[in-house]
Structure formats: structure tokens, C-alpha cells
Design a protein around this ligand. Structure first.
Ligand code: ADP
Length: 366
């Protein structure tokens, strides 16, 4: 049905009102809106686009946008210009412009948001750095207190033993061989303990400064293990240390450092088995060119959830004050093993105790 003239006029008025509303929406929109044709030329730009690009619409329309206009994804763009660079987020959809396919790009100015995000990240980083520095100072202070305390104990025993000897000597005029022997054993033990503590401190400082280096030699590991086991056995009557090892087990290692590894593991096995029990040391070659050193005790064991941190500096599991330590032995041990291109792991056997396993290449590779 053909409409009357007044119908046509009414439709025209409606159309022009709708167009007016649309223009209003586009012109007042805070986001920059651009239409780019298939040749890459800008066909339309709203006032927000003029502001974003710092150019009048007459310069933008008809020129190339100079930015990739990709459909679909949201892209972040740096818009270089005066008085300063701006950052915009652009979304592009397909559209039509004057009957031909085109692209409609909506760009949101996110310069302020980005600046705030950057400032927040910077602030967080500063806070983190400050917290790390404070934690490091606290850790150092705690360590100094612990180290001084650990050193004081043997020093106190040394001086008490010396004073006792002096008193006995002045009272008796001479010392019984038995008295003298007991005192000498104690002096020896305590000076050894002090020397070990100082060695640990020196080792940690060499590790921290990257100065702990290996002096490799081809040696028979069996001989070395026999000596360590024998000397550790002398320090305890509550533990029975056994060694299983092939007749000959040659390896290229730093003998002093590997001895230190074995001593550390055995001393821990003794220390953390306060009720005594067997300690088994086993050296084997599970694969050609691979040597395994396993130390197994039947002591306090290590809870599953603490095992990951065991090799960290200063980390201690048994801290109820009964068993002395600085939490450095395993850290040093792991470092020495890794310098040999090996690795160390710990396991909790089902029937209790701990099992430390060191794996080393028999021929150290540089
Ligand atoms: P330290 O013995 O001086 O504390 P280590 O670095 O040698 O330091 O050991 C770290 C911690 O690991 C110890 O404090 C202890 O809690 C735990 N640990 C080490 N060896 C054993 C072991 N054989 N059995 C049980 N716990 C152990």
C-alpha cells in the first residue's frame, strides 16, 4: 500500500531524528571511533579520535591510519604525539561504509589507567625490595645470635675443663693419668666442635662469594669411606655404623670435599638418632659411570612436608633446643655435590629414620 504524503513526511522526520540521535551518540562518545575503508584510508573520525590523535578530523579523514587494524582481538597501541605519548586499547569490527565493506575501530584512551598500573607495580616492587632487605637483616641478626651461642658452648666447656685441671693440679700437686685423659678427651671434642663450626662458616662465605672450588683427583672411594666410618664410629657407642661397598670404587672427585659430605651426613645421622641404633652406609654403582652414596639412620626422621626446604641455608627441622646446629651442613653438602655435577635427595623409609642419597658421576665432567 502506498502511503500518503503526510506518512512520508512523518517517516522522514523520524529518520532524521534517529540520525541526529546516532550522530549525538557518536560525537559525544568518550571513545575514539574511526571507520577505515578497505584501502586503509580513514573515512570517519569522531571528536574523541581528534583528541586522541591530536589532529583535526580534516587531517585524519582521507589519510592512512598508520596502525594495524585487526578484526577480533583487542590490541594495545602506543600513540606517539604531542604533548605526550598516549596508550589506547583498540577493538575492531567489520562494518559497511557507503555501501562498501569497512572496519569500525573503537579506541579507548587508557593512558591514565596504564600510568596508575605502572605506579602501583613500581610501589609494590619497592615494598617487596624493602621487605626482602629487612628479612635479610633479620636473618643475618638471627644467624649471628645463633652462631655466637653455638660457639660459646664449646668455649665454656674448654675454659671450665682447663680451670678444673688447674684446681686439681694445685690441690693434688700432680694429676692422675685418668683425670688427665678425661679432660684431654673433652678438650679435644670441644675444640673439634668449634673448628667444625668455624669451617662451616668459612665454607658458607666461600660459597656465597663463588670461591669454593674443587681439586679433583682419581681416588678409591672405598678407602675414603672406610676412614670416615671408622673415625665417626669412634665418636659414638650408641650407634653401630656399617659400610657396604664394592672392593674397588674409583672416582674422580675432590677427596677433601667428598669426605666432608660423608662426615656431614654421618654426623647428622648420629646427631638426629639420639636413641642410637644402626647406621648403614652403602656405596654402589647403580649405572655405569654413576656412583651412589646412601646414608641411612633409624632416628627422628624428617616430616614429608619439610623435606623440600632441608637444603636451604639456616633451615632446621628439629629446633626444640635439644640438638645443637646452625642449619648449614646440608646446604654446604648440597653445594659440594652439585659442584661435582651430582645431586642429593632425602627419603623417609617406611620403617622410620632418614635416608640421604648422593649421586655422583664417577668421572667428573667439566
Ligand atoms: P644442623 O644439623 O646444623 O641443624 P644441617 O644443615 O646439617 O644443619 O641439617 C638441617 C636440618 O635437617 C637439621 O636441623 C635437622 O632438623 C634435619 N636433619 C638433617 N639430617 C637429619 C637426619 N639424618 N635425620 C633427621 N633430621 C635431619
Amino acid at each position: 500500500m502506498v502511503g500518503t504524503e503526510s506518512d512520508v513526511l512523518r517517516l522522514r522526520r523520524e529518520l532524521s531524528r534517529t540520525q541526529e540521535q546516532l550522530r549525538n551518540l557518536i560525537e559525544r562518545n568518550g571513545d575514539a571511533i574511526l571507520v577505515v575503508d578497505e584501502a586503509g584510508l580513514v573515512r570517519f573520525a569522531n571528536p574523541a579520535a581528534e583528541q586522541l590523535f591530536q589532529r583535526p578530523g580534516s587531517q585524519i579523514v582521507g589519510s592512512e591510519l598508520g596502525l594495524p587494524v585487526l578484526i577480533g582481538e583487542t590490541t594495545e597501541l602506543d600513540i606517539v604525539g604531542q604533548p605526550g605519548d598516549r596508550v589506547a586499547e583498540m577493538r575492531v569490527v567489520e562494518t559497511e561504509w557507503e555501501g562498501a565493506p569497512a572496519r569500525l575501530a573503537v579506541l579507548r584512551d587508557i593512558t591514565v589507567r596504564k600510568r596508575l598500573e605502572k605506579e602501583r607495580a613500581h610501589l609494590l616492587q619497592e615494598q617487596l625490595a624493602r621487605a626482602q632487605a629487612e628479612a635479610a637483616v633479620k636473618e643475618r641478626d638471627e644467624f649471628m645470635a645463633l652462631a655466637s651461642h653455638e660457639l660459646k658452648t664449646p668455649i665454656a666447656t674448654l675454659s671450665a675443663t682447663a680451670q678444673l685441671l688447674q684446681r686439681q693440679l694445685s690441690r693434688q700437686g700432680a694429676l692422675e693419668p685418668d683425670q688427665l685423659n678425661r679432660a684431654l678427651v673433652r678438650l679435644n671434642e670441644q675444640s673439634h666442635r668449634m673448628a667444625r663450626l668455624v669451617d662451616h662458616l668459612l665454607d658458607v662465605s666461600s660459597i656465597n662469594s663463588g670461591k669454593l672450588i674443587l681439586h679433583l683427583e682419581k681416588i678409591d672411594l672405598r678407602k675414603l669411606a672406610e676412614q670416615v666410618v671408622a673415625s665417626c664410629q669412634l665418636t659414638t657407642s650408641r650407634h653401630a655404623i656399617t659400610l657396604r661397598c664394592p672392593e674397588l670404587l674409583e672416582a674422580v672427585v675432590d677427596p677433601i670435599r667428598i669426605e666432608q659430605v660423608l662426615v656431614n651426613l654421618l654426623e647428622n645421622a648420629i646427631k638426629y638418632s639420639p636413641d642410637g641404633g644402626p647406621i648403614d652406609v652403602e656405596l654402589s654403582t647403580p649405572r655405569p659411570n654413576e656412583i651412589q652414596i646412601a646414608v641411612r639412620d633409624h632416628g627422628l626422621g624428617i616430616p614429608m612436608d619439610r623435606r623440600d626446604r632441608l637444603f636451604e641455608r639456616f633451615y632446621r627441622v628439629h629446633t626444640d633446643g635439644q640438638i645443637a646446629g646452625l642449619g648449614l651442613g646440608l646446604f654446604i653438602t648440597q653445594h659440594i655435590v652439585e659442584l661435582h655435577h651430582g645431586h642429593i635427595s632425602v627419603d623417609a623409609p617406611t620403617d622410620g629414620g632418614s635416608l640421604f642419597v648422593v649421586t655422583l658421576p664417577a668421572h667428573h665432567l667439566h
